[in-house]
Design a protein around this ligand. Sequence first.
Ligand SMILES: Cc1cc2nc3c(=O)[nH]c(=O)nc-3n(C[C@H](O)[C@H](O)[C@H](O)COP(=O)(O)OP(=O)(O)OC[C@H]3O[C@@H](n4cnc5c(N)ncnc54)[C@H](O)[C@@H]3O)c2cc1C
Ligand SMILES: NC(=O)C1=CN([C@@H]2O[C@H](COP(=O)(O)OP(=O)(O)OC[C@H]3O[C@@H](n4cnc5c(N)ncnc54)[C@H](OP(=O)(O)O)[C@@H]3O)[C@@H](O)[C@H]2O)C=CC1
Ligand SMILES: O=C(O)C(=O)Cc1c[nH]c2ccccc12
Length: 423
Amino acid sequence: MENLFRLVDHEDFFSRRCIWVNGPVIVGAGPSGLATAACLREQGVPFMVLERADCIASLWQKRTYDRLKLHLPKQFCQLPKLPFPEDFPEYPTKKQFIEYLESYARQFKINPRFNECVQSARYDETSGLWRVKTVSTSGSTRTEVEYICKWLVVATGENAECVMPEIEGLSEFKGEIIHAYHYKSGESFRGKNVLVVGCGNSGMELSLDLSNHNASPSMVVRSSVHVLPREVFGKSTFELAVLLLQWLPLWLVDKLLLILAWLVLGNIEKYGLKRPSKGPLELKNTQGKTPVLDIGAFEKIRSGDINVVPGIKKFNNNEVEFVNGKKLDVDAVVLATGYRSNVPSWLQEGEFFSKNGFPKRPFPHGWKGNCGLYAVGFTRRGLSGASSDAVKIAQDIGNVWKQETKQRKQRTTACHRRCISQF
Ligand SMILES: Cc1cc2nc3c(=O)[nH]c(=O)nc-3n(C[C@H](O)[C@H](O)[C@H](O)COP(=O)(O)OP(=O)(O)OC[C@H]3O[C@@H](n4cnc5c(N)ncnc54)[C@H](O)[C@@H]3O)c2cc1C
Ligand SMILES: NC(=O)C1=CN([C@@H]2O[C@H](COP(=O)(O)OP(=O)(O)OC[C@H]3O[C@@H](n4cnc5c(N)ncnc54)[C@H](OP(=O)(O)O)[C@@H]3O)[C@@H](O)[C@H]2O)C=CC1
Ligand SMILES: O=C(O)C(=O)Cc1c[nH]c2ccccc12
């Protein structure tokens, strides 16, 4: 384990599978876990990264569709200490982003323990240490391991599990049902009527992909959605918002974004895309609901290639009935119904994290809990929010680590002197 300063496997002493980690345990090897590990490496702090999948950035490598690109300009998506290569386009592709993350892990010598799913983590008051239990799988063997450490960094992400909706009759639906999580391409849906449930960035982009593959998508908009063009007059809408926020209050920036969206897209409500009453940035900040940054789906809605439908009442075999009473025959269902955090399922703690798996305190205060607990990547501010957390966490742990290392050295020297003086 080259990324560990001192790893003691108590195989011969106590239980076969109790491992003391000298430094923090980081749960999750996505961009957030990698960013924290890299910053800790720079601080000279050893660490261990536990990852349930068999690769880094599993969301990007395994659970996203082929045509995915970053939807914010690259300067908002790079991790600390290593910029994107200069030849990367403004919006890197998924493949490029993964390449970057792989080189990031190499550069900072981050070697996660793969196939280790954290089942529980609790703070042991008596010892003042965290006990992190995992199940590790290798082929058909299952091993339970307990890691013991002073610091625990939660980096399992805002999108750890898929949200599966409960819809009457859906379980009797005879056609294919997949979540956006498993969707790769519209190729296998060619010629089919596909119901896309949900109209966030996933629902919009999968509908566009389906239409590009000559499927007929119908997209469910059950409440409301903010659609903004990804660019306004050649400039990134997101970047523009960030610039404007330096001078203007958020409500005013929201108003300006909506005016610009109206100038570029026109009135979207007449196509069934009702806008929320809160502005796009306010909604993102308060409820975590990301506005759609449109890359072409809206044009397909306008041309009728993507059919917008209201909320679902129920399924009756392959016929879906909507809340307005209209009915439609569909061959397949794509659930673009979003994701959720899985922290409540494994972290036994009720002070820092709330029941929804996000830190209770909002950005920028949600990175540090008590007793050596930290959270990275739960800011609802994408990759730039994760980077900002990672820098702060590594700094915080680094300070204590340096202090303790100094004290350890002093103790060792004092002990040496005592020992020597006894001779
Ligand atoms: C389709 C999609 C596109 C996105 N595009 C952008 C974008 O363009 N720009 C942007 O800023 N943000 C974007 N985001 C937001 C996204 O949250 C970040 O891109 C990023 O992936 C978050 O990194 P993370 O490390 O926090 O979480 P993740 O990437 O989800 O990584 C978490 C890791 O933790 C592991 N894990 C989970 N539970 C356990 C457990 N119990 N034990 C061990 N390991 C566990 C997972 O396997 C995973 O590898 C996008 C999100 C999605 C879904
Ligand atoms: N290119 C990129 O970079 C992309 C980025 N992403 C990001 O990934 C994250 C997740 O996005 P996404 O997967 O779109 O999830 P979201 O949570 O943003 O959207 C979920 C959608 O599903 C709808 N929904 C949920 N349950 C039901 C139901 N029972 N019936 C009908 N509709 C339902 C929601 O409607 P309601 O609002 O009414 O609850 C909402 O429209 C976001 O941060 C997004 O920005 C996603 C795709 C591409
Ligand atoms: O894609 C995501 O999930 C993000 O969180 C990126 C993001 C952070 N802040 C935003 C504001 C508007 C649109 C996207 C984002």
